[in-house]
Design a protein around this ligand. Structure first.
Ligand SMILES: Nc1ncnc2c1ncn2[C@@H]1O[C@H](COP(=O)(O)OP(=O)(O)OP(=O)(O)O)[C@@H](O)[C@H]1O
Length: 274
């Protein structure tokens, strides 16, 4: 599926609610009309850096005990690219995402964020980098239940040292564009699953990450809400100039991304354009 076709399937409201002046737009290069592209390397190889990938996995291998769950895997994500990682349960999708995002360390290979090898950083440096450069959306349960939505969204900014008032003000600008205006003071237990995922997307986006990782972001939602939430995720990434890496079982969800890679037994088996 082409990007244009994927976009045309999005509810009109999604396109309308994210105007050009979407909060968080920074330089002219962010949110420009240059189409997002992705440069997956041939799997199992380490390619020379002759392009401007924002995030690169090079020869990534991960073992748990005697078992290798990811084999010598290389993949590049260009700035503003959208990539879906698909594959059967246990094929290594989440492992690849955890390595690319610095949550888990590889046994071999390296991850480069804008040319910096994050696997070589100390744990404290990796944590700081993750907070600034990466956003995360998971299937569910990632919001703090005791905090209202506005404070959940503001939290990454507060943890990064921003004053509470300023963080709340910045967080507030994300509610209308994501279709959750009016829910600012609600706690996660008082929202639908789709609303909670939109709040989670706002939280993942509020620090304007370079790359947003989403692991089964629609796994707990019905088909229609899944498409709405996925559309929001893709549109918000596009407007903020954030690259998006999504792990999903769902071909319809993956179809929102420009590129799809398939994993099998810890290897990238195939790639396709959606
Ligand atoms: N911390 C761990 N310790 C031991 N084995 C692990 C660990 N994490 C993952 N694995 C194993 O690595 C393999 C790949 O797991 P991974 O979670 O990456 O697969 P997946 O494709 O994301 O699966 P699913 O779609 O079910 O989430 C599985 O066999 C899993 O049991």
């Amino acid at each position: 599926m082409t990007h244009a076709r994927a976009r045309s399937r999005l509810p009109v409201v999604l396109v309308r609610i994210l105007p050009a002046s979407y909060p968080g737009m920074t330089g002219p290069q962010r949110g420009s009309d240059r189409g997002p592209t992705l440069l997956p390397a041939r799997h199992g190889t380490v390619e020379s850096m002759t392009h401007t990938a924002v995030l690169s996995g090079r020869g990534l291998t991960k073992r748990y005990g005697p078992r290798t769950v990811l084999h010598d895997t290389s993949i590049d994500v260009e700035p503003r690219g959208t990539l879906a990682i698909m594959g059967p349960s246990g094929s290594g999708k989440s492992t690849l995402l955890h390595l690319l995002s610095g949550i888990v360390q590889p046994d071999a290979g390296e991850v480069l964020l804008e040319g910096t090898a994050i696997s070589a950083l100390r744990e404290s440096e990796r944590t700081a980098l993750r907070r600034r450069a990466f956003g995360f959306v998971f299937q569910s349960g990632q919001l703090l239940p005791e905090l209202p939505a506005i404070e959940n969204v503001a939290l990454p900014l507060i943890l990064d040292g921003m004053a509470v008032r300023a963080a709340r003000d910045r967080a507030a600008t994300f509610f209308a564009p994501l279709g959750i205006a009016g829910l600012e003071e609600r706690r996660p237990g008082e929202m639908s699953g789709g609303q909670a995922q939109r709040v989670a997307i706002a939280r993942a986006m509020v620090a304007r990450p370079t790359v947003l990782f989403a692991d089964e972001p629609t796994g707990a939602l019905d088909a229609r809400t899944s498409q709405d939430v996925m559309g929001i995720l893709v549109e918000a990434s596009r407007h903020l100039g954030t690259a998006l890496v999504v792990v999903t079982h769902d071909p319809q969800v993956a179809g929102n991304c420009e590129h799809i890679v398939h994993m099998h037994d810890g290897r990238l088996a195939q790639r396709s354009a959606s």
